[in-house]
Design a binder for this molecule. Structure first.
Ligand code: ZN
Length: 399
């Protein structure tokens, strides 16, 4: 925000507009006088910018607020259902998608099966999802700020290509470029853990946190890291690959070629494999009552643990201990104020959160450990889809 300038250049005008729009978003209901006071821009300059934002239907007037003497001020707010974005989350065999309006409200949620995990198939299905919501809600292309994609892999932060997404078998793919061509709309792409972190920062539990980490545990394990209020992606975009922190040198071989990576010991897949293994070995467990051992799910293991099955509880505890070791390293390195645990961790997290806390207290340095809050994501499974939809919105607000 430029203080004390009326902003006569195009650049300054756009810059100030984004800043004002973001203030209206964060303050929720705000008067022109407050905007002037907050930004240092003259009431005339604020008046011009606000009129322009109202004309383009980004914001609207919503009645009057408290008066501090004299006329009651008219309050401004983002205009619901005026502008939209679509978020897509590409996962193994499925695409989740949401339609979000400028205020961050989810207008629609859906999913479609992904018959083949190829970039071509994913782009085709994604384009269909976007057209579907545009049709359903009669949204014109001009009212769509853009499309965001979340992928379970490393996204190059400059070329925006997917460098590697092992779980869906992609290497050097350009789904964002392909979708942009198909839809003739701006398309952004983000790693799914970072998309979740963006979501937690915009509408979730980290709106006021500057330094935080979102750890997503699923078929893979990844972290979205924010430092100083901004996403930290590293040099090429591969920061946060926590799943490949080695937690047991003699552990199983990982898809990356290494041994004992966190993913091999604490991913959802590894937890389920462990459960099948102990049943085959004849360990006593209520999981044996399941008709088909190959059909065991994380929910089954969690339910068994919750109803007193020691074997199931042990499996979850063991995976959590490895997560605790990796997080202790992360805490020593980054000194975050919050760690939000998401995706499949939300299924069993309440059972193991105390264990996780005690491992971190034992293994991380005292000071950073005592200052970090561990939170189970309330947004859960949808965080990366919502985060993908938030990316095009963020640009509008200059964030
Ligand atoms: Zn690995």
């Amino acid at each position: 925000m430029t203080k004390g300038k009326t902003g006569n250049s195009k650049f300054l005008k756009a810059y100030n507009e984004k800043g004002i729009l973001d203030l209206i978003r964060t303050k929720q209901a705000v008067s022109r006088a407050e905007l002037s006071k907050e930004t240092g821009l003259s009431p005339t300059a604020i008046g011009v910018i606000v009129s322009s934002l109202i004309e383009r239907e980004y914001i609207h007037e919503i009645g009057t607020g408290e008066s501090s003497g004299g006329r009651k001020p008219v309050l401004l707010e983002l205009k619901p259902d005026s502008w939209y974005s679509v978020g897509l989350d590409i996962e193994v065999g499925i695409i989740q998608y949401v339609l979000m309006d400028i205020t961050g409200r989810v207008a629609y949620e859906g999913s479609v099966p992904l018959r083949a995990n190829t970039p071509e198939m994913a782009v085709k299905a994604s384009a269909d999802c976007v057209r579907d919501v545009m049709d359903k809600f009669s949204i014109k292309k001009e009212r769509l700020l853009g499309v965001g994609i979340s992928v379970p892999g490393i996204v190059d932060s400059k070329s925006h290509r997917v460098v590697l997404a092992p779980n869906i078998g992609w290497e050097d793919a350009d789904p964002a470029g392909m979708l942009e061509k198909a839809l003739e709309l701006p398309v952004c792409i983000e790693n799914e853990a970072m998309a979740s972190a963006i979501c937690e920062n915009w509408i979730g539990s980290c709106q006021t946190a500057s330094n935080f980490v979102c750890l997503n545990i699923k078929s893979g394990i990844g972290a979205g890291i924010f430092t100083g209020g901004r996403p930290y992606r590293g040099t090429n975009g591969s920061a946060g690959e926590v799943g490949h922190i080695v937690v047991d040198e003699d552990g199983p071989r990982c898809g990356c070629g290494n041994y004992g990576c966190l993913e091999t010991l604490a991913s959802t897949g590894s937890i389920i494999e462990k459960a099948k293994k102990i049943i085959r070995q004849g360990v006593a467990s209520s999981l044996r009552e399941k008709d088909d051992i190959d059909e065991i799910t994380l929910e089954d293991i969690t339910n068994a643990a919750r109803t007193g099955d020691a074997a199931s509880a042990n499996i979850l505890e063991e995976a959590t201990r490895y997560i605790g070791i990796a997080l202790s390293n992360l805490i020593n390195m980054l000194n975050p104020s919050r760690i939000v645990l998401g995706k499949d961790f939300t299924v069993y997290g309440s059972l193991v959160l105390d264990t996780l806390r005690s491992i971190i207290d034992a293994k991380a340095l005292k000071r950073p450990a005592s200052n970090v809050e561990l939170i189970i994501s309330e947004i859960g499974e949808r965080a990366s889809t919502l985060g993908a939809a938030i990316i095009p919105l963020k640009k509008l607000f200059g964030r």
